[in-house]
Design a binder for this molecule. Structure first.
Ligand code: FES
Length: 249
């Protein structure tokens, strides 16, 4: 039987609220941030050049998949995975439901009129999050490897500004991934009693560890999003000879 339930607050029209604070600032900044990243990453993916310099490789093009049979930018073979991971993330879902769909845009603010017709389309796709998590864990390893390689220059080991930027990129992405709610469930969920379960103590410790990152999941979501774009931009500008990569050591 099809459900057709109105989920709008019965006494509140669209955007109506008694709040007197600047509740709209959060959704507005979220929209600007997400749109800026979507536009930049799409533009960078279409460029298909300036994604490598010395030991540096842009995270938008990692791992390097240059195939003769693939006519487009190799970034398109990569970006669907991190994009799917972020798009289905529980934090980002809240962010874009509030800032783009306005359902509602903030607590105690009237939502855009809508009907709930059961779990379909986007809601079904969002269930794929746990599978995107498995791929994201692989990306954490790949980007960490690239970060290590970034210290290996033609004339030997060294530390460039780009090495530090790439290392921070791997750290931020790993912190974001470790705080994933699906990972918490994977390592510590599905048990009623840790002391009765096999490897219960180890699972509890692992659950406590990943929960440390989950507490500030939104912070890691934003810093890792900003930093991955910044890392691509830095390598792009160095590769185009617009800026110089300074060697610290
Ligand atoms: S819940 Fe945000 S990455 Fe999984």
């Amino acid at each position: 039987m099809q459900r057709n339930i109105s989920i709008q607050h019965p006494n509140r029209s669209f955007l109506e609220t008694t709040r007197i604070d600047n509740w709209w600032v959060g959704p507005l900044l979220t929209s600007i941030g997400l749109l800026a990243f979507i536009f930049y990453s799409t533009w960078a993916a279409f460029q298909n050049e300036h994604y490598q310099w010395g030991p540096y490789l842009s995270p938008f093009y990692a791992p390097l998949l240059e195939f003769e049979w693939w006519p487009l930018s190799p970034a398109f073979l990569i970006l669907w995975a991190p994009a799917g991971f972020r798009f289905t993330c529980y934090y980002y879902r809240k962010a874009y439901y509030r800032s783009f769909f306005l359902t509602p845009s903030a607590c105690a603010v009237g939502a855009r009129p809508q009907k709930y017709r059961g779990e379909r389309f986007l809601l079904v796709f969002q269930n794929l999050h746990r599978y995107f998590l498995y791929i994201a864990l692989i990306f954490c390893v790949i980007l960490s490897y690239d970060a290590i390689v970034s210290f290996s220059f033609e004339n030997g080991l060294g530390v460039g500004v780009g090495s530090i930027i790439m290392t921070l990129n791997a750290v931020f992405l790993t912190a974001f991934t470790l705080g994933c709610n699906s990972l918490r469930h994977l390592v510590g969920g599905n048990v009623d009693c840790y002391s009765c379960a096999s490897f219960g103590h180890q699972r509890y410790q692992a659950w406590k560890f990943v929960s440390l990152f989950n507490v500030h999941h939104n912070f890691w979501a934003w810093i890792s999003l900003f930093w991955v774009g910044f890392t691509d931009l830095y390598i792009r500008l160095v590769s185009m000879n617009i800026i110089t990569d300074y060697r610290i050591l």
